[in-house]
Write a protein that binds this ligand. Structure first.
Ligand code: SF4
Length: 238
């Protein structure tokens, strides 16, 4: 592996392809070891504390027990999500888990943009409560980790281990791209990891309470997100 440190500015398309080629037969733990070797404390995990998040938190704790993890706290999450974060903090006390909040409270947002912005303009709502906070987080980081898996949706089918993230002018590392839904759950059960109780109530993918529904009859794992609207991603992943 090259020993030159990567950054968004030095990661040319050729370099990015070469790095992914070097990593192509590695597993998620190897990718994490490589990423923390490259970026050290400049690497931050933006965790949503879904099922993939539980796996990635556990793998990260094996590589970097005091890793920095950020949760984008929109203030609109389910109580079950806040509960699982508490359990993760208790299980991994060395991890630095931060709650990153939007600059506007729910009331301020309603006063400025009108009530129920998640219905009238969900893209703006996500921009205010997720994208802008993540921009602020990534200004102080070189690269970020995400639990994206290729099988999750057509928009994620071509995700690489190492991705040029033009939206945030960063490098996005996705160690779980090859994991299947069953792999995720086998790992959670094998290591008795905490997980969001909503997964047992038909929610495969869990975001804000206003925009997440259970999925019936084995629909695709993200079918319950922004159900009934054109929206399929919050804008963090493009
Ligand atoms: S997921 Fe829904 S409630 Fe959450 S920030 Fe986006 S639009 Fe707003």
């Amino acid at each position: 592996m090259s020993d030159t440190l990567l950054s968004y500015k030095t990661l040319t398309t050729e370099r990015f392809e070469a790095v992914n080629k070097e990593l192509e037969n590695k597993d998620a733990l190897d990718v994490l070891k490589w990423a923390y070797g490259q970026f050290g404390d400049g690497l931050v995990y933006a965790c949503s504390f879904g099922a993939e998040g539980m796996v990635l938190v556990d793998l990260i704790s094996r590589v970097r027990p005091d890793a920095r993890i950020v949760f984008l706290d929109t203030h609109f999450h389910f109580k079950e999500t806040y509960e699982v974060i508490k359990r993760v903090k208790a299980k991994y006390p060395k991890l630095r888990i931060e709650m990153k909040e939007p600059s506007l409270s729910a009331e301020e947002q309603a006063a400025q943009y009108g009530p129920e912005l998640w219905k009238t303009d969900p893209d703006m709502c996500c921009r205010l409560r997720k994208l802008q906070p993540l921009e602020e987080v990534l200004q102080g980081a070189v690269a970020w980790l995400s639990g994206l898996r290729r099988e999750q949706s057509p928009t994620r089918a071509h995700t690489q281990f190492v991705n040029i993230d033009r939206r945030f002018e960063s490098i996005k590392i996705c160690p779980l791209i090859h994991w299947k839904w069953d792999d995720v759950w086998n790992y959670i059960k094998l290591y008795h990891l905490p997980y969001n109780e909503l997964h047992d109530k038909g929610y495969p993918s869990i975001g804000c309470e206003y925009c997440t529904l259970p999925v019936e009859g084995g629909g695709d794992s993200r079918a319950g997100r922004w159900s009934g609207s054109h929206k399929t991603e919050c804008g963090l992943h493009q």
